[in-house]
Design a protein around this ligand. Structure first.
Ligand code: ADP
Ligand code: ZN
Ligand code: ZN
Length: 737
């Protein structure tokens, strides 16, 4: 029998199964095994009758009851290890939440008092006892703690009732429900409009027909076109077939609002089922309980972030990936998987249908749809004839000429906000940089305050009076004068704006408005996010200002104006996807406006107002954007035309790291010669050469046979040695370069 161990050793080991355990060991079981002088936890990855090794050690014990990993998910983990070039145990680790794997948090138990049916003569009771008994009899069952509190009594008193045969006290599992305090009103399905109905019909007929060749749909619908309603009715169909569904949403939009829409639809009626939620903000205990609800088949709909793609839904009928273009679906540590792509592979293996939904498909996805790999479903209009908001691009170069220096708010935006506030409507403002100002600079000598550990400048945070690094978290005090020995100028000043500064300016411009800032500096507690959003929904906030956190998936009908303070920020990131990211961001942010009865408007402030990403977003023209962007990718041989693999060498010593990168490049050039069209470039300094005191060099590979390339790389790197302290990171289909 073969076992994969917890520790990352990159190998599987064979163990013998003692006869007594034969029946309880299966693929996916967790076992304790001897390993050298120690004992370790492992997961059984295979059951084989014979082994090429003669002397095998025995498994010590089986931990837990039922095997935790379903064979389907296990085989998915193996595929993932192969494709993303990582050890099987690393892949296995990510398919099971920690809290389930370690089983530290078991079920939470609670004592219940239950009235027993009485036959024959009633036992003799004191006055107090009969009083208690009457209460318990009325409740039939009640948690012990609650009873003690309500009746102001002791456990001993209740035990005496137990002795007399009136009640039993039993320990029962109590599920932690992350939504216990919410009241959710059930919703009924909405009559679909034509576009929605056509889309739904295609999806459900693919679900019904096992021969259907195209099982992946791209649901390209503008913001507010009613994609969620299509998901809900597709899920309903899946439940009727007796199957389950996984709904992936980006972590950032996994708001209570989103989850509620799903819970509300399936909390009632004949298809009533539990909706389980999986994301990183759940406590370990909550995660454990949600996961087991799914494993036991009680919850057949899972809604969650990236890792929910591994939820043990069985049988699986439908995988929905909402906002499929979001790059947070890509995990930035090993295994570096993309949840959308893993979702597609999983669905294909388990005969499920996939729906990728978005207003701004990833270039890769639209490319696949145009080439017939996926089926395209278009929903180009908002429901109920609501129009898409009018987008005005404000040329900030002109504004800068009008006033002295660059204002944070253009005149048009200022007037726009004022008009909306006067009508009692709400405003959302967006700037993708937290802190007060981007950097601290000296105008005389050019000094810029930088992080000692990373190659980035420090951001000024005014409230805490600190300079902070947004990469490694380093913080330091603010100097009064330029720290350069030869300069010492007191004129040192702040450049570039952050949300903290915008908040301050808003206070001055609109003293009566209630302004709330939402970014990772203001959200300290788990509850903050939810609280602020519900205050906003209740109209207790006039202007909500935030980073990309507020860009996605939120639906507030009273928001009629959206302002993007500095749209160029994402255009300047040194990545070939900068234009695509900007287009997506602008479209998403703009989509927050005018979702109610009043038409919405959007102001985009920019210094490069004629950039295609901004102009196509202004016209809500995705296809136009795609067509010019794909041309640019074609010229340079970037994805989606070619696939990419990034190799990063990371080490504390710069020379050794660079030399290792050169060596790796040579090895690939000389040893991987059988792949047609493989292109190798580098080694080059990573965009952030230094991060957290590590130097980083990159080699970029481009190919159209990624699976084959991955295999070659794994084999190659198993056979070569890198210098000590230099680490190699393989990133297949990287989201960032
Ligand atoms: P998207 O996910 O495409 O941005 P939503 O699914 O959030 O859009 O839909 C926007 C709003 O329109 C929601 O309040 C939803 O309940 C409503 N809606 C959806 N479909 C219909 C329909 N066919 N008729 C009326 N209202 C609808
Ligand atoms: Zn200076
Ligand atoms: Zn740093």
């Amino acid at each position: 029998m073969r076992v994969t161990l917890e520790i990352a050793v990159g190998k599987e080991f064979d163990y013998r199964v003692p006869d007594a355990m034969r029946d309880s060991v299966e693929v996916g079981s967790r076992v304790k095994v001897p390993f050298g002088p120690r004992q370790m936890m492992g997961v059984v990855t295979d059951v084989v009758e014979s082994s090429s090794f003669k002397k095998l050690k025995e498994i010590l014990s089986v931990v837990g009851q039922k095997s935790l990993v379903t064979p389907n998910v296990l085989s998915l983990a193996r595929w993932m290890a192969g494709y993303y070039c990582c050890p099987v145990e690393t892949a296995l680790k990510s398919v099971l939440p920690d809290s389930v794997r370690k089983e530290k948090e078991g079920w939470k138990e609670r004592l219940f008092v239950r009235a027993l049916a009485q036959t024959g003569e009633a036992p003799e009771l004191s006055k107090r006892q009969s009083e208690l008994w009457r209460v318990i009899e009325e409740w039939r069952e009640i948690p012990l703690q609650e009873l003690l509190r309500e009746m102001n009594t002791t456990a001993d008193t209740i035990r005496r009732l137990e002795d007399k045969g009136l009640v039993t006290i039993t320990s029962e599992v109590m599920e932690r429900d992350p939504f216990a305090n919410e009241t959710i009103l059930p919703t009924k399905k909405i009559v679909l409009n034509e576009g929605q109905q056509v889309a739904l019909d295609r999806i459900t007929s693919a679900c019904d027909d096992p021969e259907e060749s195209k099982r992946v749909f791209l649901l390209h619908g503008v913001t507010g076109s009613g994609k969620t309603e299509v998901y809900l009715q597709a899920i309903e169909h899946t439940l009727k077939q007796g199957k389950g569904a996984i709904v992936l949403v980006p972590e950032i939009s996994l708001t209570p609002q989103t989850v509620e829409r799903f819970k509300a639809r399936f909390s009632d009626g004949p298809l009533r089922t539990l909706v389980a939620v999986l994301h990183s903000h759940l406590s370990a205990g909550e995660k454990h309980d949600e996961w087991h609800k799914i494993r036991q088949g009680r919850a057949r709909i899972v809604i969650g972030a990236r890792s929910a793609v591994f939820a043990p839904v069985d049988p699986l009928g439908l995988v929905i990936v909402d906002e499929e273009h979001e790059y947070s679906y890509k995990q930035e540590e090993s295994p570096r998987y993309h949840a959308r792509d893993v979702g597609i592979v999983r669905a294909q293996r388990e005969g499920a249908v996939v729906v990728l939904g978005t207003a701004t498909p990833a270039m890769e996805t639209y490319y696949n749809a145009l080439r017939g790999k996926y089926e395209l479903l278009d929903m180009p209009t908002r429901v109920d004839t609501k129009t898409l908001p009018l987008v005005r691009v404000v040329d900030m170069r002109m504004e800068a000429r009008k006033e002295k220096g660059v204002p944070i708010f253009s005149l048009k935006l200022k007037e726009g906000i004022l008009a909306r506030l006067e009508k009692g409507e709400q405003v959302m403002l967006f700037l993708n940089r937290r802190g007060y100002s981007a950097s601290l600079q000296c105008p005389l000598c050019g000094f810029v305050a930088g992080c000692p550990n990373c190659s980035v400048s420090l951001t000024y945070h005014r409230k805490v009076k600190q300079l902070r690094c947004h990469i490694c978290g380093h913080s330091e005090g603010v100097p009064n004068a330029c720290p350069e020995e030869s300069c010492r100028s007191p004129q040192i000043r702040y450049a570039g704006i952050g949300t903290e500064r915008v908040e301050e300016t808003l206070g001055k411009l609109f003293p009566k408005a209630r302004v709330t800032r939402m970014d990772s500096d203001t959200l300290k507690k788990k509850e903050d996010f939810r609280r602020i959003l519900s205050e906003f929904r209740l109209g207790k906030i006039d202007i909500l200002l935030g980073t990309q956190m507020i860009a996605k998936g939120l639906h507030f009908p009273n928001v009629t104006l959206v302002g993007i303070i500095y749209a160029d920020l994402s255009l300047h990131i040194p990545d070939f996807r900068a234009g695509e990211r900007t287009f997506q961001l602008l479209t998403q942010v703009a989509g927050r406006a005018g979702r109610g009865d009043v038409e919405g408007e959007v102001f985009v402030q920019s210094f490069t107002p004629f950039h295609p990403a901004i102009q196509y977003a202004r016209r809500h023209d995705y296809v136009g954007f795609y067509e010019q962007e794909v041309e640019f990718r074609q010229e340079l041989g970037y994805p989606p035309i070619m696939r990419m693999c990034g190799l990063t060498l990371r080490g504390r010593n710069e020379d050794r790291t660079r030399m290792a990168a050169e060596y790796v490049m040579k090895e690939i050039e000389t040893k991987i010669t059988d792949l047609k069209g493989l292109s190798i470039s580098g080694p080059a300094e990573a965009t952030l050469l230094r991060a957290e005191n590590f130097f980083r060099y990159q080699v970029v590979l481009r190919s159209n046979q990624m699976a084959a390339l991955g295999q070659r790389l794994t084999r190659l790197f198993a056979s070569i040695e890198l210098p000590d302290e230099v680490q190699l990171i393989i990133d297949i289909d990287p989201a960032n370069l």
